[in-house]
Ligand binder design. Structure first.
Ligand code: STR
Length: 381
């Protein structure tokens, strides 16, 4: 537990795996921003650049307890193993299409951006299909979220983008209410299990959370796995020869270089006494997943090394833990487990076009977003 400052706002960060697991099942920590003292007393306002990460509207992302279960039920059902089998052929098709286009662009040994041409569009295509978002709207969504996450975006632009997204999603929900189709948005609208139906605001909130979380994070999972393998050729060889599984690569990437650096925020509804410290009621608590993945108590003295054969990799909590554990975890793993082997089976000689240290992160505080990923598809002359 350490004090941090988020663009001028004080909070606590949790960087221990064991403590995070304890706190993430503690019902005294809630996600509703109204439990935050600095929000209650007006110190933090909508003018704070990170406000959109916390005050994201009523949804499964911001509710707790029985309300949270009610808000999450449909999403859990739509993302269960059996339903994911139905979506697998689409992921395979999108992957193949993008790889065809990539091959054409990089045919003559030209440098191509693996992010722009492959990792970035793929998860948005998948989540759009799942939610019933039009293909034509995908570029707008991608550029809106890109600007939303960047700390370089002027805050008034960020607030405008969030308002425009709200309008877009409200429109989509009204369209699906008038003409139900076979997608999760329609599923969220229809109460077919006798329970209390979600309100329009709640459907919009869930839809926002699902599209944002469903595309942004998976881009990073795919790229960071590729980066880890290209900078560890002996491990790549073991994967390509079948000695090490793709699943092992994916889990170790989640642990070592996962998509989420920090998750904002939770608030104690009463003082929480820990062994050597008390988290005061109403303070902000950040879970720092990047540091948690490198916790030496769990992963050993070489926790900073990428090792796809590491047994403790399976213990990563990069998708969170407890009631809010990522409902899309299995979908993200499925996407990566299709995208990565397909990429390397098409381009076994894939190589970075710049030194690995020159791959940079975007100026984003909470997410592990890479700016670009220049590669060559085949061995140069
Ligand atoms: C982005 C803005 C928005 O409209 C809705 C949400 C709610 C879900 C959030 C999302 C946010 C930001 C990225 C998150 C996602 C849930 C999982 C994802 C935090 C605030 C992660 O990066 C873990």
């Amino acid at each position: 537990m350490s004090p941090i400052e988020l663009l001028g706002v004080p909070a606590w960060t949790v960087s221990s795996h064991t403590l995070a697991r304890k706190l993430l099942v503690d019902s005294r920590l809630v996600k509703n921003i109204d439990a935050w003292s600095l929000w209650q007393n007006g110190t933090v306002t909508r003018e704070w650049p990170l406000i959109g990460m916390i005050d994201a509207g009523r949804s499964m992302f911001t509710a707790d307890g029985p309300e949270h279960r009610r808000l999450r039920l449909k999403t859990n059902q739509a993302l269960n193993k059996r339903r994911l089998d139905d979506i697998r052929p689409s992921i395979e098709r999108y992957t193949a299409e993008l790889l065809d286009a990539l091959e054409e662009a990089g045919l003559g040994g030209e440098v191509v951006d693996l992010k722009a041409a492959f990792a970035y569009p793929l998860p948005m295509q998948v989540v759009s299909q799942m939610m019933g978002v039009d293909r034509a709207d995908q570029p707008m969504l991608l550029s809106s979220y890109k600007a939303f996450f960047s700390v370089l975006t002027p805050h008034e632009d960020r607030l405008r983008i969030l308002a425009e997204l709200d309008e877009y999603y409200l429109d989509l929900v009204r369209k699906k209410t008038a003409e139900p189709t076979d997608d999760l948005t329609t599923g969220l609208i229809l109460a077919d299990d006798g329970g209390e139906p979600l309100t329009e605001e709640e459907v919009v909130g869930n839809l926002k959370a699902l599209v944002a979380a469903g595309h942004e994070t998976t881009v990073s999972l795919i790229l960071c796995a590729v980066r880890a393998l290209l900078s560890n050729p002996e491990q790549l060889a073991d994967v390509l020869s079948g000695k090490v599984s793709w699943d092992a690569v994916i889990e170790e990437t989640l642990r070592w270089d996962g998509p989420v650096n920090h998750l904002l925020m939770r608030f104690p509804t009463e003082d929480i006494e820990l062994e050597d410290f008390t988290i005061p009621k109403g303070d902000g608590v950040v879970i720092s997943y990047r540091a948690i993945g490198r916790d030496r108590e769990i992963h050993g003295a070489d926790a900073d090394v990428f090792d796809a054969t590491r047994e403790t990799a399976l213990r990563n909590i990069s998708f969170g833990y407890g009631p809010h554990i990522c409902p899309g975890a299995a979908l993200a793993r499925l996407e990566a487990s299709i995208a990565l082997p397909e990429l390397f089976s098409r381009f076994p000689d894939l190589q970075l076009a710049i030194p690995v240290e020159e791959i940079h992160n975007l100026p984003v505080m909470t997410q592990n977003d890479l700016a670009g990923f220049p590669v060559r598809l085949c061995e140069g002359e």
